[in-house]
Design a protein around this ligand. Structure first.
Ligand SMILES: [Zn+2]
Length: 257
């Protein structure tokens, strides 16, 4: 079944809740950021968290709170008195210029923001999110919010084929083939940023990252799972068992919606 608006609203609400549940939108950041997804049955529309709720926190989002927009960021549908998120142009310009993208996340993750201020490259430090930092992430060198079409297009074009972009002193954006992947990419990016900060504190600014050849070897291990054919594993495992973190958190946050 191809998902329509209603299924997309529910998935988008869950994605926003997961961002809070994993700590990417908590405390001072509880109301900051938004996840969106392109509507599979109508790819010229996307669903996104809005702005103006009586309690405006990502952790509280429900399917009916979601706003439907076109690829120019105009509101097509949603609750009365609720607008699009202020930075809706981040989402609309990426969907417009990247037809392969079906999910976009923008939040203000603490460690990622800190390293973006330093303009320090986030290097591979652990397996989680390694695909996000295997190559240097592009940096949008402005702190201001993204509100105009031109600003949105600059972010989308600077991101280009990268899985994400740093907004200096502000936050980060991830884009992926699905909204759950965009959420997991953001979580992985923040994990890498945190590990980079720890390494910087422990070893100084010249700390070591994981060498490229070791990262390439690990990624090859994952994308070419020849190990599934090993005698002791054969028939017992499948590559479908890789979404454990998303499945856990999405089930946890969707029990009352
Ligand atoms: Zn922002």
């Amino acid at each position: 079944m191809v998902w329509g608006i209603e299924e997309s609203k529910r998935e988008t609400a869950i994605a926003n809740r997961v961002l809070a549940e994993v700590g990417l939108a908590t405390g001072a950041l509880a109301a900051l950021g938004h996840a969106s997804m392109r509507v599979p049955s109508d790819p010229d529309k996307f669903v996104v968290k809005g702005r103006g709720y009586p309690i405006d926190a990502l952790s509280r989002m429900r399917p009916d709170d979601m706003v439907v927009c076109d690829l120019d960021g105009n509101k097509l549908d949603g609750p009365a008195n609720i607008g699009q998120c202020f930075e809706v142009k981040i989402h609309s310009t990426i969907y417009k210029s990247h037809p392969e993208v079906n999910g976009v996340v923008h939040v203000h993750p603490r460690y990622t923001v800190m390293l973006s201020v330093q303009q320090a490259r986030i290097v591979p430090m652990c397996p989680e999110g390694v695909q996000m930092v295997r190559n240097p992430l592009p940096l949008y060198n402005h702190m201001r919010m993204i509100s105009t079409e031109e600003e949105g297009m600059e972010v989308a074009n600077t991101m280009a084929a990268s899985p994400g972009i740093l907004l200096r002193g502000h936050g980060a954006v991830t884009a992926a083939a699905s909204v759950d992947q965009a959420v997991m990419n953001m979580l992985g990016l923040e994990e890498q940023a945190k590990m980079n900060w720890y390494a910087r504190c422990a070893f100084g600014p010249d700390y070591q990252g994981i060498p490229d050849e070791l990262v390439d070897d690990m990624i090859d291990f994952l994308v070419n799972p020849t190990w599934l054919e090993l005698p002791h594993l054969k028939g017992n495992l499948s590559t479908n068992q890789v979404n454990g973190v998303w499945n856990h958190y999405s089930e946890l946050v969707s029990r009352d919606i």
